[in-house]
Design a protein around this ligand. Structure first.
Ligand code: MTE
Length: 324
């Protein structure tokens, strides 16, 4: 038997669909075939213009940045969501996010960079080819998914704005538009809108950090953060901010939404870590979706969500219990 040693996160795309998701294979294959066809076209990933909602994207598969764990079926990934701008029930985002207008979409870039300004989304995507990366997504609530994202490396997207050496952090903000986002109109919301997130610059420039504009070969559905959302796979899902309209480079650490709401429960770093429990529940295991009510699909949670080879060095010497 030939044993080929690869890191846990680096597995061939050809192994992506196990029997457990066989029933969804046809749907998956439709996407995969379209993607293969797209690869045959010249200029495969040139973004060119703003992706039209629901349209197939052209992209290059990135097996070295992908897991071969079974994909969470498209239906589950797009109907079991956290997007509090549309409500707190997992079904609310799909139910209500069609009210969000994703085109035209403007992104404001400001702070410690030479090329700040107000950009049409298509203009900041245009220089980049799209890639597909199949990442694990681990929510702080102890459920997880495996999602094939389409997008661009965050480092490539950010570098075009020429951050200055004073940029030690990057801050992101979601759209604030109560007329379109019913959760922002709710009198019961504990969130001080807009939803905010941030990363240290070295985290943002890490090869795994990704700005997604699609999933399963298609543009991002609104409930998943269309037209553009962050994906930081070694951190709890709340760091992966959706529907981004602002990017700011700054010298000081930004305050982030969940840290502002409950600083003793949600930290700035939010690295997936089975050794540091949430004050109200264990982080040692996770429910991989789809998961039945009576046959829960439990699995052990991995430190840094299994991406330690890529990111552990970012936190060398840090007490991860203190900087949770
Ligand atoms: N971004 C915004 N703007 N609002 C949110 O409520 N929820 C976060 C994150 N990004 C959230 C957000 C949480 S808690 C998770 S787990 C992920 O989105 C879920 O992403 P998904 O719905 O695509 O699975």
């Amino acid at each position: 038997m030939i044993i080929k040693k690869r890191p846990a996160w680096s597995l061939p795309h050809s192994q992506v669909t196990p029997e457990s998701v066989f029933l969804n294979r046809r749907r998956f294959m439709t996407g995969a075939l379209a993607a293969t066809a797209a690869l045959a076209l010249p200029g495969y990933g040139a973004a060119g213009s703003l992706p039209v909602p629901g349209e197939m994207l052209k992209y290059k598969k990135m097996p070295d940045w992908s897991t071969d764990e079974g994909l969470t079926p498209y239906e589950d990934a797009t109907s079991y969501n956290n997007f509090y701008e549309f409500g707190t029930d997992k079904g609310d985002p799909k139910r209500y996010a069609s009210a969000l207008k994703t085109a035209p979409w403007t992104v404001t870039v400001e702070g410690e960079c030479s090329k700040g300004g107000e950009y049409a989304l298509e203009d900041i995507l245009k220089p980049h080819d799209y890639q597909e990366r199949i990442y694990r997504l681990r929510c702080v609530e102890a459920w997880s998914m495996v999602v094939p994202w389409i997008g661009v490396p965050l480092a490539d997207l950010l570098t075009q704005f020429e951050p200055t050496p004073r940029a030690r952090y990057v801050y992101f903000e979601t759209l604030f538009e109560p007329e379109q986002m019913r959760g922002q109109r709710s009198a019961f919301s504990t969130i001080d809108w807009p939803y905010r997130e941030g990363l240290r610059m070295d985290e943002a420039m890490n090869e795994l950090s990704f700005m997604a504009v699609g999933l399963y070969g298609k543009t991002l559905p609104n409930q998943n953060g269309g037209p553009m959302r962050l994906v930081v796979p070694w951190k709890y899902g709340f760091k992966s901010i959706k529907s981004i309209v602002k990017i700011r480079f700054q010298e000081t650490r930004p305050k982030t939404t969940w840290e502002l709401i409950a600083p003793s429960e949600y930290g700035f770093y939010a690295n997936v870590n089975p050794e540091v429990d949430h004050p109200r529940w264990s982080q040692k295991r996770e429910r991989r979706l789809p998961s039945g009510l009576f046959s829960v699909n439990w699995m052990d949670t991995q430190k840094f969500n299994g991406y330690g080879d890529q990111v552990a060095q970012l936190y060398r010497g840090m007490d991860l219990k203190r900087f949770f």
